[in-house]
Design a protein around this ligand. Structure first.
Ligand SMILES: NC(=O)c1ccc[n+]([C@@H]2O[C@H](COP(=O)([O-])OP(=O)(O)OC[C@H]3O[C@@H](n4cnc5c(N)ncnc54)[C@H](OP(=O)(O)O)[C@@H]3O)[C@@H](O)[C@H]2O)c1
Length: 247
């Protein structure tokens, strides 16, 4: 059987860790990217310790470690899962620090766009390409105190739509190459803990996050990854699809 290769960013915790484990169990080869180790011992798992905010390190890793995998003609398919993100400053936009905002965009928006672009240009046309951008309800709706995070996710969502258009224009069918923007809903991960622990005086949406937790509305990461795996494994009928977990 020809190999199925996935590159999963943010493999060290939460949704990315659950997805990496599931993909390995389903026979995928996975290159995981994060600053911390995922702590997974598996013959088909390789990890790259990388700060996605460091654009020079990202460029080097792309050339040395990622491009040779993307270019393999023996792959049956390649999935890029742009999952890594941070929640942002959890303050109002009037308190924006430009350096912090630049770093947030680097991780949540620039790195995913760059990785998807590398895949679009390097994965051979004979190999199926699936690009998954993990999105958020905050890409569509405003929440006080989440404006910076929302902006990064809204930008990524539209970049994904543009990527799909460009793949179509390059003559790739949706079975050959497709993009998925997936909102996982509210998931019990470190990101939610950060939101709950924020000071409501500077993060007015904090009580809403506390409420999700207290009402038992958070899903375990393992519960939300099925649609991602199904997209990576299937042949989508559209070059761009988006969905929200549970809807
Ligand atoms: N949890 C939710 O309710 C929720 C809701 C909507 C959307 N999402 C989205 O779901 C995705 C996964 O988040 P999660 O909830 O699973 O959160 P999480 O447990 O905090 O995981 C975030 C992952 O991103 C990685 N990451 C963060 N900054 C990085 C950097 N500078 N360089 C490399 N990797 C970095 C982290 O790894 P290291 O710290 O080891 O680098 C970690 O593996 C994100 O895109 C998030 O926006 C989550």
């Amino acid at each position: 059987m020809r190999p199925r290769l996935a590159i999963v960013t943010g493999c060290s915790s939460g949704i990315g860790l659950a997805l990496t484990r599931e993909m390995l169990s389903s026979g995928w080869q996975v290159l995981g990217i994060a600053r911390r180790s995922a702590g997974i011992e598996h013959d088909d798992f390789t990890e790259l310790a990388l700060d996605l905010a460091d654009s020079e390190a990202l460029r080097r890793a792309a050339a040395q470690d990622i491009a040779p995998l993307l270019q393999r003609t023996e792959n049956e398919r390649v999935a890029i899962v742009n999952n890594a993100a941070t929640i942002g400053s959890l303050t109002r936009l009037s308190d924006t620090d430009p350096a912090r905002l630049t770093r947030l965009f680097a991780v949540n928006t620039t790195a995913p766009i760059f990785l998807a672009g590398q895949a679009a240009s390097l994965v051979p046309e004979t190999v199926k390409l699936r690009i998954v951008n993990i999105s958020s309800g905050a890409a569509h709706s405003p929440f006080a105190g989440l404006g910076d995070y929302s902006a990064t996710k809204a930008a990524l969502r539209l970049a994904g739509r543009t990527q799909a258009l460009e793949l179509e224009e390059a003559g790739r069918t949706s079975a050959q190459a497709a993009v998925f923007s997936f909102e996982p809903g509210v998931v019990a991960t470190d990101m939610q803990i950060r939101a709950r622990e924020a000071d409501p005086a500077v993060f007015p949406a904090q009580p809403a996050f506390q409420d999700f937790h207290e009402r038992g509305l958070l899903h375990p990461p393992e519960a939300v990854i099925g649609e991602i795996l199904a997209f990576c494994t299937g042949d989508p009928v559209l070059s761009f699809t988006e969905s929200r977990f549970g809807s």
